[in-house]
Design a protein around this ligand. Structure first.
Ligand code: ADP
Ligand code: AMP
Length: 216
């Protein structure tokens, strides 16, 4: 069992690779983005506030996401956790360390998925996600076999995200460089960082991640 972080800007391929690890290794994917999108539909005041922040491409406050992750870690996972989109700030990284330590656990690897901004625009503006099972598609590089129908579960509910547009992406990238990229130095200094080429095709990235995990 291993606990890992997939670290990278929006569109780096974190969700795509996390889903493969869930299938291949029985790990549990913890995506704070998915949890917040769920909270958005709850109809509560908190849900509405979160929705506005997300649509602009800004980060939600640390206490909200740390609370969401804390609940999941408390439940445990036999195959280990894949943290996808969390932590995104240094206080979140410290909180994650504390939450895992309280369970007698730690991080086995932090995998930085390296991509360039030009590729991210193309990836984000072509992305769709199955509203039923969460499978991720791309209009050009990974379209579903039958247009509008999820290959994995047959659902017709393929969705575009409200923040997957060029304007929100500019803010999301700025948030990444300002607040999240310092985590690369943080985990490097702790000796936990490994980098993979996120521009390679999905299979090649998966192989690179597997080799990091097998050494962890
Ligand atoms: P993230 O979770 O990091 O935001 P996703 O996994 O949702 O990123 O991927 C963003 C988009 O890029 C999706 O449309 C996905 O199909 C596509 N994608 C993911 N990995 C690759 C890859 N290695 N090569 C080309 N396209 C990819
Ligand atoms: P993602 O699905 O990871 O691309 O996240 C979508 C949006 O959710 C982000 O642009 C933020 O507004 C919010 N979000 C997700 N995870 C976090 C986090 N760890 N900290 C703060 N905001 C987050």
């Amino acid at each position: 069992m291993a606990n890992i972080i997939l670290l990278g800007p929006p569109g780096a391929g974190k969700g795509t690779q996390a889903k493969r690890l869930v299938d291949a290794r029985g790990m549990v994917q913890l995506s704070t983005g998915d949890m917040l999108r769920e909270a958005k539909t709850s109809g509560t005041d908190m849900g509405r506030r979160v929705a506005e922040v997300m649509e602009r491409g800004q980060l939600v406050t640390d206490d909200i996401v740390i609370g969401l992750i804390g609940e999941k870690i408390a439940k445990g996972s036999r195959g280990g956790f894949i943290f996808d989109g969390f932590p995104r700030t240094l206080p979140q990284a410290d909180a994650l360390g504390d939450l895992l330590a309280a369970k007698g656990q730690g991080l086995d690897a932090v995998i930085e998925m390296q991509v360039d901004d030009a590729a991210l625009v193309a990836r984000i503006t072509g992305r769709s996600t199955c509203g039923n099972c969460g499978a991720v598609y791309h209009d050009v590089t990974h379209p579903p076999k039958i247009a509008g129908v999820c290959d994995a579960c047959g659902s017709h509910d393929l969705r575009r995200r409200a923040d997957d547009n060029e304007d929100a992406l500019k803010t999301r990238l700025m948030e990444y460089y300002k607040k999240t990229s310092p985590l690369i130095g943080y985990y490097y200094a702790k000796g936990q960082l490994s980098a993979v080429d996120g521009l390679a095709d999905v299979e090649t990235v998966a192989t690179a991640i597997a080799s990091v995990l097998d050494k962890a």
